[in-house]
Design a protein around this ligand. Structure first.
Ligand code: GLN
Length: 201
């Protein structure tokens, strides 16, 4: 099994590290490949889309032709884990801010996001939240994070911070407003790997 980590910008190394650690813990022998160009994703079993800056991320994915490959992978129900800017790039709608910048969103997840809801870089914070598939709280790191303001009927809310939706799941796609790759808690990456295993199994 091979997992593609989109390596255009953002916390690429951190996701690769977390995936490798999670694999070791689960005694899995999968490959993780950083992907910058088209032609690799069709041969992968799952995709991880890190955070960063979603306008740039979307523009470069389109330029590289990776956008179409991710859309195709989603159609084939391949598991996708998208965090922060990654989550934004998968959304159907990015509200006014995305319209203003004519952001090229992939439109894979039936959600609307509101970018930069929780303030600027300096307002970053870490807070324990409940995630539906975990038994105990998870320390979520928020950095210029979006929130999800609308979910379609096939989308399940999996995490909230107060009233705000900060995690959603649509079939095999998990979108998170926070950064699981920046903590030592591997449970989200482990859960994701389990989805990949079940899907290829
Ligand atoms: N604020 C960024 C955006 O809108 C996302 C921040 C992040 O990925 N940490 O694209």
């Amino acid at each position: 099994m091979t997992i593609a980590v989109i390596a255009i910008q953002g916390n690429v190394e951190e996701h690769i590290h977390a995936l490798k650690e999670a694999m070791q813990k689960q005694k899995l022998d999968e490959k993780v490949v950083p992907v910058k160009h088209k032609g690799i994703i069709p041969y992968c079993d799952g995709i991880v889309l890190p955070g960063g800056e979603s306008t740039t991320l979307c523009r470069l994915m389109k330029h590289e032709g990776i956008d179409i490959e991710i859309i195709d992978a989603a159609k084939q129900n391949k598991p996708i884990l998208a965090t922060c800017a990654g989550l934004i790039s998968l959304a159907k709608s990015g509200g006014k801010q995305a319209q203003k910048t004519k952001q090229h969103l992939l439109g894979i997840m039936d959600i609307e996001v509101d970018r930069n809801t929780f303030g600027r870089q300096g307002d970053s914070f870490e807070v324990p939240i409940h995630i539906s598939f975990l038994n105990t709280p998870y320390n979520a790191v928020f950095i210029r994070a979006p929130k999800i303001v609308r979910v379609g009927k096939n989308v399940e809310v999996i995490a909230r911070f107060g009233e705000d939706i900060v995690g959603a799941k649509q079939q095999n796609i998990i979108g998170l407003a926070f950064h699981p790759e920046l903590t030592d808690d591997l449970r989200i990456h482990q859960y994701y790997l389990q989805l990949v295993q079940e899907n290829t199994g």
